[in-house]
Design a protein around this ligand. Structure first.
Ligand code: C2E
Ligand code: CA
Ligand code: CA
Length: 907
């Protein structure tokens, strides 16, 4: 189908062919008409002449016959004979002698008729011709007058003789011989004898006179003929069809020629169209096959030139747009320079191209990257002189003078030949790079070239500034603005690299202890200054390859190489960190000794992913901090277990109250002298479906952190009151219950109301309840805790100071506190009796309590010796495993009595 379409002349072809045909057929038709006309005219003239000739010949023949007939008559007359009878072969049909002297008439009837006609007619003298028209043929009579006599010879000319052959070959028309009076003497066979009134159109007419006056003394005869025009002559000749054939042949020839010409024209056009279509389909390699040496060849050549230009241009655009893409993707500058050089190389085959990065972002010298026509490529930093020249060259912002200093400088870089350059100024007006193209034989100063290099230069500039910007952003994204150390993202990146490298390393967390105090006392700028100093100390203290990061706050994270080449073992590094951060910080004239808690995990021993390692190092650091700070701790599995426990506790504790999982155990407090249990301390436990009876030591700290302690504390308070009331109703010997308060509860403004509500609800007087608080709760308080406790105390509630001796133990404030009871911490009781410092401290505590008139209770009494010592010191009440462990509410009434009995000292 394609082939048939290829052979079809196409619309334009058909049009051209039609125009050819039209152009040719018009003159052909005119020519045909003219030729036909002239041919016809000629033919008609010929016919006319032939007709005239024919009748002229007939006329002559008739004249000759008349003359012959006259001669024969004269001969007859000369013989003087009486024409008795017609001689054989006579030219006449009747002869008669008109002799007035003769008596007898001729015997023959014809002769007598003739004579009779003659005598009635006028008789002119001499020989004369007479005729009598009538019917088909006229009677022609010759009359010969004999001189000297009055005789006339009369002879009727034989019509067969006279008219033989006349008009014989005449057919298809009319012909007659007429006399002056238009009487027909003889007509062609079938011709009407009467003359046509009007000569008919389309007929040829000819007429020839036969002059008889001179010879025969008679009026002239006229030979007349008319014949249809061309009817006979042209009918034979196929004149019309001939002309038509000629015209047809001409047109055929024109058609063939025009088709050939159309083909000659259309083929290159068609090729051009096909190639144009391919170009339109972005097949830029398409070229027209050239043939012939006419304008079509020139057109093809121009077209091919254009396609080549387009190909180059498109390639250029592709590369530029791919550069743009890479700029947008913030690909690194080196890669972009590579691309730009590649493009330059393609744009200028045979040239050496170079890009000088004038303003190298990374503090280095200006860099030069180049690529030569020979395929070489490279990059160097360039010396200062060349750099200055190139910078000047870039500053000039113009095309290079071939012999100017910048050109020489460029030549020193190996850019030979005519060197052109274009500065590449960044968007910020800063010169980023110079693009240089060196080639001896390129028309580099052509505007198109300048535009190309210009465009490229601008892109290189944008690329470089984008890359610099990206670097800057990257740096900002991965580095801490305050210390210049890596931030969290930077640390993550470094960790990824280290993990990917599979090299062993230690991940170390160092957290400044008490940093908050700096911020609180001197403000954040001071804290920032201290952090900067700390950062610098860390950098100085650790091997240079150590990655030091500050993910946030006062926490530093170190990535320490622990491979065979490591300069510092993790333990040593941790100590070094601890030591350098433990030194005095002087900020705004103030001295701070903070110390740091350091914890670390090891890769791969403690984990092989960033999260695990980070979490474990953090756990270790947290443990170090928990342990009091200013110490180092390596991660171990126990930390993880503790953390896991904490996790489920934190998760499930908020629901423990609602689910009824909490229970209160009661530990009796025994009178040191009587051994009777007056009261008991309420101690909460968590009956966990999976973990069993969970000690408050495990969950109270978490409860305090999460705030769950409020609900727990409220519940314990109510439960203890309820239980006490129940016991008292049941007659159990118990005076009072002690309930531990948490700092959060004490800070709660509703505490007083809650306590009073609990007492009211269970119908207890205030004196039935004792609340245990710790020193720290009173010290950190802004006065509200003390106020609440004072109100409670006014309501009769007793206040005990729990765990005394472990806190600040500031004597000055104790006197002002609303206290009734002081509980000596277990730690002192444990160490009692060995004559060590605990003995004297305990003695001092006892003295203090006595001086403040507080009731003194000792906790954690486990041995009789401890009990004896405490009793001797003057303790009022004792509490501990020696008497009873914390007991469930069911066990308490019975067990407490037993314990009390057992506690009564012997004697
Ligand atoms: P705490 O107030 O000092 O309670 C006394 C702790 O000492 C109890 O531990 C008790 O079982 C234990 N203990 C008593 N006698 C001895 C002894 O002879 N030897 C030893 N080694 N220990 C003894 P427990 O019940 O595990 O309670 C731990 C801590 O949990 C309590 O210390 C208290 O601070 C807190 N706690 C317990 N219940 C509550 C509560 O309802 N509210 C609040 N806020 N804290 C509570
Ligand atoms: Ca307590
Ligand atoms: Ca205690």
């Amino acid at each position: 189908m394609a082939a048939s379409r290829a052979r079809a002349p196409g619309r334009l072809g058909r049009r051209i062919a039609a125009q050819f045909l039209l152009a040719a057929s018009l003159p052909a038709a005119v020519l045909g008409v003219l030729a036909y006309g002239s041919l016809r005219a000629q033919t008609q003239e010929q016919q006319q002449r032939r007709l005239e000739h024919e009748i002229g010949a007939d006329a002559l023949r008739v004249f000759d016959r008349l003359v012959a007939a006259r001669a024969a008559l004269r001969l007859l007359a000369a013989r003087g004979e009486q024409p008795a009878a017609l001689p054989p072969g006579s030219l006449f049909t009747a002869i008669s002698l008109d002799d007035p002297h003769a008596a007898a008439l001729p015997a023959e009837p014809e002769a007598r008729t003739l004579l009779a006609w003659w005598r009635s007619a006028p008789r002119p003298p001499g020989t004369s011709l007479h005729w009598k028209a009538g019917g088909d043929a006229a009677t022609v009579v010759l009359v010969l007058h004999q001189a000297g006599g009055n005789r006339s010879w009369l002879a009727q000319v034989d019509a067969r003789f006279l008219w033989a052959d006349v008009f014989e070959a005449f057919d298809g028309g009319t012909a007659c011989v007429r006399d002056a009076g238009h009487a027909a003497l003889h007509c062609a066979q079938g011709a009407p004898a009467a003359p046509a009134a009007e000569p008919a159109a389309g007929l040829l007419h000819a007429s020839k006179p036969l002059f008889l006056e001179h010879e025969f003394g008679a009026g002239d005869w006229r030979f007349e003929a008319s014949r249809p025009r061309g009817a006979d002559a042209l009918a034979g000749l196929p004149l019309g069809s001939l002309v038509a054939k000629v015209v047809l042949a001409l047109l055929l020839l024109v058609a063939v020629l025009s088709l050939a010409q159309v083909r000659r024209t259309m083929d290159p056009l068609r090729r051009l169209v096909a190639v144009t279509r391919r170009l339109a389909r972005q097949d830029y390699a398409a070229r027209v096959a050239l043939s012939g040496d006419d304008e079509f060849r020139e057109l093809g050549e121009s077209f091919n030139d254009m396609a080549t230009q387009m190909q180059v241009h498109v390639r250029e655009l592709q590369m530029l747009s791919s550069m743009d893409r890479e700029i947008l993707d913030a690909a690194d500058a080196d890669r972009l320079l590579e691309r730009a050089l590649e493009l330059l190389g393609e744009l200028a085959p045979g040239a050496t191209v170079a890009i000088v990065v004038v303003d190298a972002a990374d503090r280095g010298r200006p860099r030069l990257q180049w690529r030569s026509a020979a395929g070489g490529a490279g990059g160097t930093t360039i010396d200062d002189d060349a750099a200055r020249s190139l910078t000047a060259l870039a500053d000039a912002g113009a095309w290079l003078e071939p012999d100017g200093p910048p050109a020489l400088a460029a030549r020193r870089l190996g850019l030979d030949g005519a060197v052109l350059y274009r500065t590449a100024a960044s968007a910020h007006g800063r010169i980023e790079a110079a693009v240089l193209v060196g080639a001896a034989d390129l028309a580099l100063d052509a505007p198109a070239w300048r535009a190309r290099i210009d465009g490229l230069g601008r892109r290189v500039a944008v690329a470089l500034s984008a890359a610099a910007h990206a670097r800057q952003l990257m740096r900002e994204a991965t580095h801490d603005a305050l210390t210049g150390l890596r931030n969290r993202a930077g640390l993550q990146a470094a960790l990824r690299v280290a993990l990917a490298d599979e090299r062993p390393f230690a991940l170390m967390f160092a957290d400044l202890d008490r940093f908050k105090s700096v911020n609180d006392s001197l403000g954040h700028p001071a804290g920032d200054a201290l952090l900067r100093v700390a950062a610098q100390r860390l950098l100085d203290a650790l091997p240079p390859e150590t990655i030091v990061a500050r993910p946030g706050g006062d926490e530093f994270v170190l990535l320490l190489d622990t491979g065979p080449q490591a300069r510092l073992a993790p333990e040593a590094a941790a100590r070094a960190v601890c030591a350098c951060l433990g030194e005095v910080f002087v900020v705004e004239g103030h001295e701070f000794v903070l110390g740091a808690s350091v914890g670390w995990s090891l890769h791969p021993a403690d984990g092989d992913d960033a999260n695990t390692l980070l979490r474990r190092a953090d756990l270790a650091m947290y443990a170090a901090k928990e342990a009091g700070g200013a110490r180092t701790r390596r991660y171990d599995a126990a930390l993880e277990r503790a953390a896991e426990e904490r996790a489920w506790i934190v998760n499930e504790l908020p629901m423990a109250v609602e689910r009824g999982q909490l229970v209160v155990h009661y530990q009796p407090r025994v009178d040191a002298r009587t051994g009777r249990a007056h009261g008991a301390e309420a101690l909460v436990r968590w009956r966990h479906p999976k973990h069993g009876l969970v000690s408050p030591a495990r969950f109270i700290p978490a409860a305090e952190e999460t705030g769950a302690i409020r609900a727990i504390g409220r519940w314990v308070l109510d439960e203890a009151c309820r239980q006490l009331a129940a016991w008292r109703r049941e007659g159990v010997a118990i005076e009072r219950v002690s309930v531990n308060l948490s700092a959060r509860q004490l800070a709660e403004p509703t505490l007083f109301d809650e306590v009073r509500a609990a007492l009211v609800r269970h119908r207890l007087e205030g004196g039935r309840l004792e609340l245990e608080v710790t020193e720290s709760m009173l010290v950190d308080d802004g006065g509200t805790a003390t106020a609440t406790l004072t109100r409670l105390r006014v309501a009769g509630v007793l206040i005990a100071l729990d765990d005394f001796g472990t806190g600040y133990s500031s004597m000055s404030y104790l006197g002002r506190m609303p206290l009734d009871v002081m509980k000596i911490d277990r730690a002192f009781v444990r160490d009692l009796g060995d004559g060590g410092p605990a003995d004297s401290v305990t003695r001092a505590i006892v003295a203090l309590a006595q001086s403040l008139r507080l009731r003194l209770v000792a906790e954690g009494v486990e041995t009789e010796a401890q009990a004896a010592a405490l009793r001797a010191l003057g303790c009022d009440e004792l509490q501990g495993f020696l008497y009873a462990k914390p007991l469930s509410a069911e066990d308490y009434p019975h067990a407490a009595c037993v314990a009390a009995e057992a506690a009564v000292p012997a004697g």
